[in-house]
Design a protein around this ligand. Structure first.
Ligand SMILES: Cc1cc2nc3c(=O)[nH]c(=O)nc-3n(C[C@H](O)[C@H](O)[C@H](O)COP(=O)(O)O)c2cc1C
Length: 197
């Protein structure tokens, strides 16, 4: 079952891209198996080894495990299209970014770049442990900031839903079909720009 899903989602590449990159995909079918605090710390430590401008490490993480009041609060802040399948996630993790450099208070214009890089390492480490992730922009970030008094130097970036994989058949439509739809990407020729001097 898991093999089928991974085969469908595995990136079909033109070049010898690393296996761990080909196997990453945004999952929606999560099993009841909980994520331990120890495992979560491993994922956050993996994230912490991302590069960042001036080694500022502007990322922060707020973890809500399924079955806790915080999880329900995060779930209720999700958009309608994310809630039906995110309710089964083992955890919902809010990534946040620190807007200014600690050393001098200047605006950190690289903050979103660096939080994104950390989130990718979080995901790749999770995949290596058999856990799948799904980054979510579909939530009420304004309410999130209000609810947790995040008006100062910290800004909510994106949520990450994660969990061990379950059978896609358990999902309702349209999520069931999406869970087995092959992934696609632009051609490399569309990404390469010729700069004229
Ligand atoms: C910043 C960001 C926000 C996203 N928000 C959502 C979301 O709210 N709901 C959703 O179902 N997927 C969301 N996604 C997942 C993307 O749709 C997904 O990464 C993209 O379709 C490529 O699929 P893949 O990750 O399986 O390769 C988001 C991804 C990113 C990076």
């Amino acid at each position: 079952m898991t093999l089928f899903m991974n085969k469908t989602k595995k990136a079909q590449t033109q070049n010898p891209v690393l296996e761990i990159i080909r196997d990453r995909w945004s999952a929606r079918s999560f099993s009841e198996k909980p994520i331990s605090e120890e495992t979560m710390h491993t994922l956050i430590e993996a994230a912490s080894w991302a590069f960042s401008a001036n080694n500022e490490q502007p990322w922060r993480y707020a973890v809500a495990y399924r079955g806790t009041p915080l999880f329900d609060t995060f779930l209720n802040l999700l958009s309608g299209g994310n809630r039906p399948w995110c309710k089964n996630a083992g955890a919902l993790v809010l990534s946040l970014g620190k807007k200014t450099y600690t050393a001098n208070g200047n605006t950190n214009t690289a903050m979103l770049h660096d939080v994104g890089a950390a989130n990718m390492l979080f995901t790749l480490q999770a995949n290596a442990l058999g856990i799948y992730t799904h980054v979510l922009g579909g939530y009420d970030a304004v309410k999130m900031a209000e609810l947790f008094n995040l008006g100062g130097d910290l800004v909510p970036v994106y949520l990450i839903a994660l969990g061990y994989l379950d059978d896609h058949e358990k999902l309702e439509e349209p999520y069931r079909t999406r869970e087995i739809t092959p992934r696609s990407r632009k051609e490399i020729s569309d990404l390469l720009l010729e700069l004229n001097q």
